[in-house]
Design a protein around this ligand. Structure first.
Ligand SMILES: Nc1nc2c(ncn2[C@@H]2O[C@H](COP(=O)(O)OP(=O)(O)OP(=O)(O)O)[C@@H](O)[C@H]2O)c(=O)[nH]1
Ligand SMILES: [Mg+2]
Length: 424
């Protein structure tokens, strides 16, 4: 194992603060992302400036300093805290003869290593190619494209090859997008089957490694014997989950809800990646209730909460009822758990009593606007009775001479739909 560590590439993480209020935090995140990418942080370089340089991201003095520190540390790669323009990277590489990786490329690499399913692989590859498209050069040498030393003839040939390379990449993006559409369609058919029922959908969302998958597994065990085949993958690493899993949770009073677990968030998630992961995040968009899982034992939990809220807004998930689920309370000294304060719960996903309390809160939020009513449906409209029995929360049913008498706990939508059958 030790030997493995020695083979890790050592890199320097560097960033310009440019008036970002959470700069220090994003630099710490960058270091975690570097580790998640199986590299090691040898040094950290920061520059305070009101803005970044359009030419080299850092000011010129800093560029020289980086070169010196990298040489002293015997490091060849610098990882940067922002997404840079292709020309900024080119200029930096030209001036320092070092290799630069920006935050977007790093996140894409981490996602790429974690992608296992066809959908996740396609999503990541599309985002990667879109990132590469404006950054490829006619030769491996980034300096060739701009230099005029090769003479007109060479340059012309280079440009043609560049156009050709770009066309190949564009074609591949189109091809992959088509493939993704087919995969998405299959997944959509499955989720449409679900939406035929009126079972409410609860979505776990939150920062990566907060404990969403562990919470899902805890809820899966609720009311049931251990059922390993339904469990989702949980692990102490960034972006353990890249796909969405949906499971049915049965409650003791004959009611059920659907629960989805999905990809976690981090600051400055690349736009292309978010775009690519839209289908994966669809469950959160369709959800009746969001449970935001927060690792309250992490001193940066407030930043993580902000990142999650910002990302949700970016993917168009707004105005949803939300439970703030402060997880890993067991790791926080003096934190009493499980405990509920309004829409907040302090709990541990590893603790059975916590899970019971979380279920109570989910039920309370989910069914707060439900109403128990008695419906009388004539046998001439048996199809409607069948639909209610199939998809609503049934408390009691009787078959009378006049028709089916059903006592059910109905959502506002169902109350409106079946209003003519409601016995007052
Ligand atoms: N001590 C403690 N550890 C927990 C708790 N909940 C989760 N963990 C651990 O935290 C780590 C991350 O948990 P996951 O459930 O994989 O986190 P996630 O939010 O699904 O993470 P991603 O899928 O990477 O976004 C795992 O090692 C869990 O065992 C908890 O309540 N207490
Ligand atoms: Mg997970």
């Amino acid at each position: 194992m030790k030997e493995l560590n020695n083979t890790k590439e050592r890199v320097i993480v560097a960033g310009v603060s440019h008036l970002q209020p959470d700069f220090e935090y994003t630099m710490e995140e960058l270091a975690s992302l570097v580790e998640a990418n199986n590299m090691e942080v040898a040094d950290t370089i920061k520059q305070k400036a009101d803005s970044v340089s359009a030419k080299t991201y850092f000011g010129s003095g800093k560029v020289t300093e980086i070169k010196e520190i990298a040489n002293a540390d015997d490091v060849k790669t610098i990882v940067l805290n922002d997404e840079l323009t292709p020309s900024q990277i080119r200029n930096l590489e030209k001036e320092t003869k070092l290799s630069f990786m920006d935050r977007t490329e790093l996140i894409l690499q981490v996602f790429s290593n974690r992608a296992h399913t066809k959908q996740a692989k396609l999503q990541v590859e599309i985002a990667k190619l879109q990132y590469q498209l404006p950054r490829i050069h006619p030769s491996g040498n980034p300096l060739d494209q701009q230099s005029s030393s090769g003479g007109l003839a060479n340059r012309g040939a280079g440009e043609t090859k560049l156009e050709l390379d770009r066309r190949v990449i564009r074609k591949r993006i189109t091809y992959l997008k088509d493939q993704l559409k087919t995969v998405d369609k299959t997944i959509n058919v499955q989720s449409r089957k679900r939406t035929n029922t009126t079972m409410p959908l609860v979505s776990l969302v939150g920062y990566t490694n907060a404990g969403k998958s562990t919470t899902m597994n805890g809820l899966l065990n609720f009311n049931k014997e251990d059922s390993d085949d339904r469990k989702v993958f949980e692990k102490d690493m960034l972006f353990a989950t890249l796909d969405t899993s949906v499971r049915k949770i049965d409650l003791e009073d004959n009611t059920s809800f659907l629960l989805s677990d999905t990809v976690g968030f981090v600051s400055k998630l690349p736009h292309n990646l978010i775009e690519s992961f839209k289908t994966t995040l669809k469950e959160a968009k369709d959800a009746d209730l969001l449970v935001q899982v927060i690792d309250v034992s992490d001193e940066h939990w407030r930043n993580m909460l902000d990142v999650t809220e910002r990302t949700l807004k970016e993917v168009g998930v707004t105005d949803k009822p939300m439970i703030y689920a402060f997880n890993k309370a067991d790791l926080k000294p003096d934190q009493i758990f499980p405990s509920i304060e309004g829409d907040n719960i302090y709990y541990s996903a590893l603790d059975k009593k916590s899970i019971d309390t979380l279920v109570d809160l989910i039920k309370k939020k989910l069914y707060s606007n439900f109403k128990t009513v008695e419906l009388l449906i004539p046998y001439s409209q048996q199809k409607i009775a069948e639909k209610i029995l199939r998809s609503s929360q049934i408390i009691k049913k009787d078959f009378l001479n006049e028709g089916s008498l059903i006592t059910a706990n109905l959502s506002p939508d169902e109350l409106a739909e079946y209003s003519e059958f409601i016995n007052d």
